[in-house]
Structure formats: C-alpha cells, structure tokens
Design a protein around this ligand. Structure first.
Ligand code: ADP
Ligand code: MG
Length: 699
C-alpha cells in the first residue's frame, strides 16, 4: 500500500506513541513519516570490524570490542565521582569509565555476559580506557547488518528525555521496514539519467543505511543536488516570469552629456573591466526591460565612476537618476567627486540627507519635482522621506550590504514603470552564494584594479610591542602620509577588555605630540563627525582614530597606514573593508593587524588569510567557509532563510552551478511548463512553496 508520507503522522510508526511523538515534534520538528525520512544522519561509523584490546592505542578513532565485564568500581566524590568497569576480551583488560548515568549502568549492565562496547580509546597510566562508550548486548547487535551505523544529531534536551541517536536509528529502521513500496520519485527520469543520479527511493534508504561509503556518497550527491536544483528552479522561473512581465524605460542612446564627459572630463582612462561592465549595463537599459544588476568590485576598483557614467546615460535619455550611500559622509564625498569630475558641464547634482535642512532642502525637493535636479545623492533617508521625482529612471545603491531587500523594494511605487536598479557592493559575494541570494539579479564584476596600485602590505603584530608600531607610524607621517587607527569599541565596557577609541585617542595624542590627531565614531553628532572627517581629508590631521564608521567607502588617497587594534574582534570581510581605506594612492601602503597572544584557531586563520591575500573574492570565499553563509554580512538582512537540509553553499559550490545549469535547461526546453515529463517538477515546486519558503520575497 502506498502512503502519502507527508500526511502520515509519526504516531503511526510502531514504537512511537504520543509521548515520543511530542518530543520529536518539539525538539526536531518531526511530525510525519516524511519528516523522519528527511532527518539525515550527520555521520556514519563503520561497525563491521571488531578490535582486540591489544590492538588499541590512543590515536585511534572509534573502535568496538566484544567482551565481558569483570567488575565495577565506584570512586571519587562530587564532580569527580565516577564508575570504572573492567572489561576483557578474553586476553587483556581495559577500563570503561562513566562520570554520569552511573546508576543506569550498574542497574542494566551485568557481569559475565557478552557485550559490544564502542567508543574512542584513550590511554591513562599505560592502560587503555574508553569513557562513555556505547554498550550493546552482543546478541542484540547483528554485526553483519551493521556495516555503516548512522549517527543523528540529538539536542541535549531530547537526550535528557531519554531519546538518543540510537532511538532515532531504531525509528528510521522501523520506518524502512514499514515501507513496502517505492518512495515516489521527485525528479524526471531524463534528469536522473543525464546526471547519473540515484533514484529517490534508493537515495533515502542509502543516506540512512548505506552498504558502502560509495553508496553513501552517491546518495548524498543526489539529495544535495535535488535540494539546490529546486531552489534554482524556483528562482529562475520567478526571474523569467518577472522579466517577461516587467517593463523598463528604454535608454536607447548615448548622447551628448555622456560623450562630452567621456572625451573631455574623464581624468584617467577606464580600465578594461570598467568598460565591460558599462557595456553590460547599457545593454540592459536599452532592452526595454527593467535592469536589475549587481555590480561587484573590490574596494578601490572604481565603482563610483562607473555609477556616474551610467547615470549620465540616463540623463542623456531624459531621465533623473539617484544614488544612495549608506552614510552621510559617503554621500557627501560622492557629491564632491561628481561635481569636480563634471566640472562646468550642465548637470545638476544635489545632496539630500538628514542634515540638509530648511531652504536648501526645499530647493532640492522642488528641483526633483520639476526635473531640474539630474543626479540626487543621498542616504536611505531618500526612501523614507517620500521624495518625489519628476521622472526617475535609474537608481544606484552603493555598498549594498547596508541595504536590506525590503528597502530595495520600497524604492518605487507599484504600478509605474520601475527605474533601472544597479546595486553596487564591495563585499564580494562568492558566486555560489550570489546565485542563491541574488539569483534574480544579473551580476557584473570589476575584476581589475586601476593601474599603478601597489597591493597593501599586511602585517600581524602582537599588542605587547607598541613601540615598533609607533615607529612605523612616525616614519610614514614624516614622509607626508596619513594614518588610520581603528578600535572595535567606543567606550570601555565592564566585561570586555578591548581598547576603546576614546582611550586610544588620548594615547595617540600623548605618543605623538608633534602631530594632529582626530577622532570619529558612531556616537558623535553627524556634524562633528563630518568636520573631523573633513580635517583628515584635507590633511589637517595626520592621525585619525576611529571605529568602523570609516569602514565604508571613504577615499583619502594620501592615507598609507591602517592600524587595526584588537583585529581578532573583526570578521574577515570587515578587515578587508578597513584595509581598503589605504592603498588608494601610488605609494606603498601598510595594514597592521594588532592582536593579543591568545587567539583561537579560527582567528589565527583569519589573520593569516589577511596577510596572504588582497583579493576580496578569495577572502569572501574563505569567510563563507569559516563562518557559513548565514553569518555573511548582508545575508542576515536579506530576509531569506536558508533552509537547507543537506547541501552547504560554502562547500557545494560546483553543485550549485550544476543545479543552476540544469534548471536553465529545463526552463529553456519547457518554457510553457506543460511538458508531461516535467509535471513532477511543477508539482514538487508547488509543494515546496506550500511547506517551506516564499521566494517571491527576493524581488
Ligand atoms: P570603489 O570601487 O571602492 O567605490 P572608488 O570608486 O572610490 O572605488 O575608486 C577608488 C579610486 O580609484 C578613486 O580615487 C578613483 O578616482 C580612482 N579610479 C577609478 N577608476 C580609475 C581608473 N580607471 N584609473 C585610475 N584611477 C581610477
Ligand atoms: Mg565606493
């Protein structure tokens, strides 16, 4: 009899009554047979081999030994209380040790009966011991059937309520005994064949109970593929649909403004990568469809200029444009850059942020309404203030990771022709993640820095040697350069011993009485922050002590040293962003990562990556691997839950690509989605949407 697994309650499984069902539901969100089938083990252990005690040593992984207990012995008091069982395989004796659950062991385990014990051996006083081994009576374990034993993740609470990995094993094996039919296939036959995938029925059985390691890896492959495939199919189907419907302003021509700028005002030749991405965008904007493009380019790769040039194309076609920056400092810097690059060209650039008030603000708002303002530069206040344009044709969002998806969606009213959207980010998102997170955006990449840049030299130093760092700073300033010193916190907190920025400010003034020292941090008033920034930009201060407020975008080409205090406190992409503040001029720049001595393995790895590479993409990949996608800057705000059971975006990059290619193949060959061999796909998508995620969120 075939059952609908998704609708068969877990209590229909022999051995699971209401009490256990409640635990499974509360702790693992397992409600149905289907849920149990998809609760995959996190590892398997080969239990086909028995060891003798004489073979064991402390460097071995899990082992199992068959034998009998000779005696038990309790010793120690309080937290040191423990139980030792003397266990023999008939030739030698080893110790099995328990620190808790002692009562249970002494009550349930008997002397002089055959048991199989299983665990990780260690050596103590020349004697082999295993603490907290699994113990099974020898006749309940059929070793021939136990070649690869599944291990399931079990929350602590669940263990306390008496269910462990063994219980789960029992439930899944019971479930498979009950399944006297094949689990219905969820991929079309032709995809299985093309990619040599295991059928679903076999894959689900093998992921729990593989006969061999090879079988396990084929089952894993099939299930990971399927998971990623449906995500890609869902995104791509949605994107194609939107493209089919969406209208866009047609920017048909490159006109006088762009050409004048290009031939007369451009301060330096464009890099090949800049030219290429501008071409890609022109194609989008001329197509009659709305552009939705993500521009990735490492810090300093020249995204601002690209933004300006495509805005000029918009103006040439009779539209207004706007660019949003994450901070006021950055917005102001953009205005200055644009105005000075445009020189005396007839393009009106205006700034709108929270600090633009009164008459000035009124005149800007008026100019937007009448169409006289061509380029509006602002912060996200632009969205919140209900600013109205005469005809907005293009929106550029700079440094995307500070902007959530919801904010993007607020940019224009429904039911009007939407402006083209360009999202720029200096936090490179690894391709595999971009394909999932921003699967609906087209991606352009600036993979080339302007010529003449020297890579920043990155040095790791411990904080017990400040003199050496001070010497370096002194020397650079003597040569006419400027220095950033960044601290992780603003005020000293009771719990954290991290140096703080105000203390650092006082300290730097003391060490360098001959230089001028400035300070910026997030708790200062905007105007004060602004004034301090300006002093540094103009070279009036030589040292700027700061928090991460200077992380994003600020451009002071004369600054050549970035000292990051307590660098262990920062994530990889943040360190990379901070380092990007120097190395913007032609001279050699330095980044000094100062840490304390006690570093975790992960932190050490982070620091090492920073000293080894300047490549933002490499760093982003490494970050993804170290921290997982959920933690990546930007992804938290994206509002997309990664509900992946088995695939891993960091590790399964190639599989993401395969999944995407396959999904594209399907949609190319079945654009109307009515071919019978694909019926199973659309059915499956419908079910996934009901149960799991709402991909329409990522518009
Ligand atoms: P980011 O991509 O980090 O926003 P910017 O747009 O701030 O980078 O550019 C960094 C610096 O490089 C700026 O001083 C800018 O004027 C300069 N720049 C941009 N494009 C070029 C180019 N093609 N050749 C030389 N310098 C360039
Ligand atoms: Mg920038």
């Amino acid at each position: 009899m075939t059952r609908d697994l998704k609708h068969t309650d877990i209590t229909y499984l022999p051995g699971i009554g209401p009490a256990r069902a409640k635990i499974l539901r509360e702790e693992l969100n397992i409600n149905t047979w289907h849920d149990l089938l998809y609760y995959f083990p996190y590892k398997h252990i080969d239990r086909s081999r028995l060891y003798s005690i004489s073979e064991l040593s402390a460097d071995m992984p899990f082992v199992q030994v068959k034998g009998q207990f000779l005696s038990f012995e309790e010793s120690g008091v309080g937290r040191k209380r423990h139980l030792t069982g003397h266990f023999t395989d008939g030739h030698m004796v080893m110790d099995l040790v328990w620190f808790n659950g002692i009562k249970y062991i002494t009550k349930n385990i008997h002397l002089h009966r055959d048991y199989i014990v299983f665990g990780r051996p260690s050596e103590f006083n020349g004697r082999i011991s295993i603490s907290h081994p699994d113990v099974d009576s020898a006749d309940s374990l059929v070793l021939s059937k136990m070649s690869m034993q599944p291990y399931y993740t079990i929350p602590e609470k669940m263990k306390k309520r008496g269910l462990n990995s063994r219980s789960l094993e029992h439930f899944t094996s019971t479930l498979f005994l009950q399944l006297d039919f094949s689990i219905p296939e969820t991929l079309p036959e032709y995809i299985l064949q093309r990619l040599h995938l295991m059928p679903l029925d076999q894959a689900l059985r093998c992921i729990h109970y593989p006969a061999t390691a090879d079988e396990l890896s084929r089952a894993t492959f099939r299930l990971k593929f399927e998971e990623l495939f449906y995500i890609q199919l869902s995104i791509l189907r949605y994107t194609r649909e939107r493209q089919r419907q969406s209208q866009g302003h047609v920017f048909a021509r490159v006109g006088e403004i762009f050409n004048t700028f290009f031939h007369q005002n451009l301060p330096f030749p464009l890099t090949g990568a800049q030219k290429r991405v501008i071409r890609e965008m022109r194609q989008d904007m001329g197509s009659g469809k709305q552009m939705n493009r993500l521009l990735q380019g490492d810090v300093g790769s020249g995204k601002t200029l690209v933004a300006l040039m495509i805005m000029l194309i918009g103006i040439d076609n009779g539209f207004q444009t706007c660019i949003m920056a994450p901070t006021e400092i950055l917005a102001e810097q953009h205005v200055e850059t644009f105005r000075s690059m445009l020189g005396n060209m007839d393009v009106r650039v205006e700034l709108l942020t929270g600090i633009v008030k009164g008459k000035k603000r009124k005149s800007v708002l008026e100019g937007l309404k009448t169409g006289q303002v061509n380029i509006l530069v602002g912060t996200h206040a632009i969205i919140e203030d209900n600013v109205s344009f005469y005809n907005l044709g293009l929106v550029v969002i700079d440094e995307q990771h500070r902007f959530g998806v919801a904010q993007r969606a607020k940019l224009w009213e429904k039911n009007i022709v939407p402006p083209h959207v360009l999202v720029m980010t200096a936090t490179p998102i690894p391709r595999t993640l971009a394909m999932t997170l921003y699967g609906d955006l087209d991606v352009s990449v600036i993979d080339e820095l302007p010529p003449g840049r020297k890579p920043v030299k990155t040095i790791h130093m411990y904080d017990n040697n400040p003199d050496l760092i001070h010497q370096g700073i002194y020397q650079q300033i003597q040569e006419g350069r400027q220095v950033y010193v960044v601290y992780p916190l603003i005020k000293e907190s009771e719990h954290l011993s991290y140096k703080n920025v105000e203390e650092g400010f006082v300290h730097m003034q003391k060490v360098f009485p001959m230089f001028k020292v400035g300070m910026v941090h997030g708790q200062m008033k905007s105007a004060d922050k602004e004034a301090e920034m300006q002093k540094f930009i103009l070279g009036e201060t030589q040292i700027l002590v700061a928090t991460t407020v200077i992380e994003v975008g600020v451009n002071v080409p004369n600054a050549s040293v970035m000292v990051i205090q307590n660098a262990e406190r920062f994530g990889l992409s943040q360190l990379h962003q901070l380092r990007g503040r120097v190395g913007r001029g032609a001279d050699q720049s330095f980044c000094v990562l100062v840490t304390n001595y006690e570093l975790s393995k992960e932190t050490r790895k982070r620091i090492q990556i920073m000293t080894e590479t300047n490549d933002g993409f490499e760093i982003a990949e490494a970050d993804l691997k170290l921290r997982g996608p959920g933690d990546l800057e930007g992804t938290q705000q994206s509002g997309i839950a990664f509900d992946l059971h088995i695939a891993n975006l960091a590790r399964d990059g190639q599989l993401v690509q395969l999944a995407r290619d396959t999904a594209n193949y399907v949609l190319d060959n079945d654009p109307e989605q009515n071919q019978p061999q694909n019926a199973v796909l659309w059915q499956q998508l419908r079910e996934l949407h009901e149960h799991e995620f709402d991909w329409s969120m990522i518009s």
